[in-house]
Design a protein around this ligand. Sequence first.
Ligand code: DLL
Length: 440
Amino acid sequence: MSTWNDPPGGFHPISAPDYLPREQLQKIQLQRLQSVVGRAYDRVPLTHSRMDERGLTPASVGSLADIAKLPFTVKTDLRDTYPFGLFASPMEEIVRLHASSGTTGKPIVVAYTQADLDVWSEVMVRALVACGMHRGDVIQNAYGYGLFTGGLGAHYGGEALGATVIPISGGNTERQLMVMQDFGVTAICCTPSYFLHLLESAKETKIDFSKLRVGVFGAEPWSDSMRERIQDESGIRAHDIYGLSEIIGPGVGIECMERRGLHIFEDHFFPEIVDSETGEVLPEGAEGELVLTTLSKQAMPLIRYRTRDVTALVSEQCACGRTLRRIRRIGRRSDDMFIIRGVNVFPSQVETALLRVEGTLPHYQIILTREVGLDQMEVKVEVTPEVFSDEIRALESLQRKLEASIENILGLRVKVTLVEPRTLARSEGKAKRVTDLRSV
Ligand code: DLL
């Protein structure tokens, strides 16, 4: 068993909070909870009015258990207050904005003060240390840079660790493989599906990446069988990293060397598991929806945020010595969002994109497949009888318009196939829009 003086990958003082006695950790959590609730109550009108409605003030939080009295925050709150309505800091103090998919045409926006960015780097360092990484590692960071939190989150974490970071971002597989071989890459950060794609391509080009030791994979669900395939084919150790833009980005939770669940950095993010239907808090160990409260966020504190990610809390002490509780790996969500090539997609966004173009019926089907390791998304759309009788050129132009409209909203190129009126299956009750044919 390793201790905090001897964490896997070498000592890193920043990881000390991972090993605190539980009582000490809970004291810090309560202090921070009271402070963050006070901040949100004073500065965020939505939180203020929701607490008022329930007769609550910051003084109502006297213990950690009192968190259950507080109102939830949900994704549509971010949409309804778009773009900046949940910010608790003035713009002069906000040094970074990121954005992620909303449920329709507009993204949701998240903000960071410098102190927030420092916390983010801190938890990312702790995550990388937990994966056995250290100074001297050469990290190929193939998470997308830009509004997505994956790129910059892993970037600053890697630098703060003292490793060498290659900010290659996603895409351009040939260049990725060249860099991996020529720059002596020892660790890679990317989505697991993209790594699988790199592996497939490496087979053809006979790339040698024998120095590669660790993969830090997240931003989408991936199964144990996918992990086995990745590890068997590449010889690396694959770790699962969890996070979401609303809370901070990557670095909310990480698998340590034991890889029996993801440790949550509980001194910054307070986890609860609730029944996704009733919102009732479930006992430790039960499966339900993960709810997170940011304990130290300044720019955009979120109280009891409904992540929609389904998991369970594991509280037995981990053999790695960390006292932080773990969550089970996330396999599904309690809403209809799916993730393709690291991009979050709601069927309602696709619908919004289709409705912006004339000539289609509101009947569509989204089909997800995996070709040579890379996820593909196809949208089958019924056209109106009038358009269907048009000449082929008109149909091609409609198809291109639909593809462009979807790309505009999702930032993702997908294939649109036009089909005859009344050919897609109709469902009684709630429509099932997504067919997932991905096997691993
Ligand atoms: O995906 C942040 C991230 C970047 C995490 C890089 C890990 C690595 P969003 O784009 O806001 O943020 O998407 C968040 O992605 O609510 C989950 O549904 C899903 N997700 C993230 N990590 C995992 C994971 C980033 N390890 C949403 N396993 C979350 C399963 C994951 N699902």
